[in-house]
Design a protein around this ligand. Structure first.
Ligand SMILES: *Cc1c(COP(=O)(O)O)cnc(C)c1O
Length: 375
């Protein structure tokens, strides 16, 4: 249980700049889901990611829902979803009436396996969309995934909820596919306390998303609606918080990278332990997970978790694969055991940019003590 002494996995990192921006927005009177901070937040994120259109919404899940609707996913459609992800990715597919098919991941990163994807599309299954996830801030292998999807004419939606600030071959996360989505949930690399963004180069898709996010109300004086819409808009106050966080994004990424480097050092010469995602210099280091081979290491991820929990250090297993979730029992799967092994052997370690030097040192000392006890 978390108490005030617990070292948390990924706590929000907000301070004076955030207070200044939110207070200014509050004093400006723009407390509705419209206003100058909202417009600027969209422009600033779009510029940062290098994508023409950005639509700010109330969550990453809402952004995924709108992206899927924008591509036309609906009842009878099949959407490929990586089984190694947070439930929101798959839930958004079900909101549209489409059906997720869960595909396994690569052991090195936990990201969608391009070979399995290629095999699945080659079967000729009528896949409407391929969703990719940039797990824990490390981009999926777009260099291999995009050509496969192109060959079969299947659009890609990039769930970049965890990856703002990361890159793949020089291109920013959030710029891949027909549309991409970000999350600004409280635990993410930057936060609006809750919020998300849809990014796309497709003007029509962006316009439709904006329309649906505002209850599909037409721009006339009276209340006129031409579709079933949603109340998915982001508050101007929260956009102000997001603008302050975006100013600090690079600094927060560097802090997370320093924390990750500390783990890399401690585990460098430990047989049977590796960092998920390796040392990809283009990752945003959102969350650092180790993967333990219990045979070689002589201990299990859960042993370290228990050792750290007893010392008020929060850890967590990595995502339980979607195909093992009760809610998705019976879904079609293309799996080979990789995601299941990562779930069994992975352990997420405290990774937040708000961790103090003392907290980082304490966690590394606790880990070292555990490792010394196992030698
Ligand atoms: C956090 C997250 C989401 C959902 O974002 P919310 O803003 O919490 O709705 C979706 N996909 C992935 C991979 C996430 O990590």
């Amino acid at each position: 249980m978390a108490n005030s002494h617990t070292v948390l996995l990924s706590a929000p990192d907000v301070g004076a700049l955030e207070q200044e921006y939110v207070l200014a927005a509050l004093r400006s009177g723009w407390v509705a889901p419209a206003g100058p901070d909202l417009d600027l937040f969209e422009q600033e994120i779009a510029r940062r990611v290098g994508v023409p259109y950005a639509v700010a919404v109330s969550s990453g899940t809402a952004a995924l829902h709108l992206a899927l609707l924008g591509i036309g996913a609906g009842p009878g459609d099949v959407v490929v979803v990586p089984t190694m992800t947070f439930a929101a990715t798959a839930n958004a597919v079900v909101y549209t009436g489409a059906t997720p098919v869960f595909a396994d991941c690569e052991a090195a990163t936990g990201n969608l396996d391009p070979e399995l994807l290629s095999g699945l599309l080659a079967e000729g299954a009528p896949v409407r969309v391929v969703l990719t996830v940039d797990l824990f801030g490390c981009c999926a292998d777009y260099e291999r995934i995009l050509p496969v999807c192109e060959r079969y004419g299947v659009p890609v939606i990039e769930d970049a909820a965890e990856a703002l600030g990361a890159r793949h071959r020089g291109r920013p996360a959030g710029s891949f596919g027909r549309a991409a989505t970000l999350s600004f949930n409280g635990n993410k690399i930057m936060t609006t306390s809750g919020g998300g963004m849809l990014l796309t180069a497709d003007a029509a898709l962006a316009g439709r998303a904006r329309h649906l996010a505002g209850q599909a109300r037409l721009p006339v004086a009276h209340y006129e609606h031409d579709e079933i819409g949603y109340n998915y808009r982001l508050s101007n106050l929260l956009a102000a918080l997001g603008r302050a966080q975006l100013n600090r994004l690079d600094e927060m990424i560097e802090r997370r990278r320093a924390v990750r480097d500390g783990y890399a050092k401690v585990f460098a010469h430990v047989d049977g332990v590796r960092l998920l995602g390796g040392d990809d210099p283009a990752a945003n280091c959102w969350l650092t997970s180790i993967v333990v081979d219990p045979q070689r290491a002589g201990w299990q991820a859960g042993d370290l978790a228990a050792h750290l929990a007893a010392r008020n250090v929060e850890t967590r297993p990595i995502f339980k694969p979607m195909h093992l979730q009760p809610v998705f029992a019976g879904a079609r799967t293309v799996v080979n055991g990789t995601a299941e092994r990562l779930f069994r052997d992975g352990l997420l370690l405290p990774s937040g940019s708000a961790l103090s030097d003392d907290q980082v040192r304490k966690v590394l000392d606790d880990v070292t003590q555990f490792l010394d006890g196992r030698r």
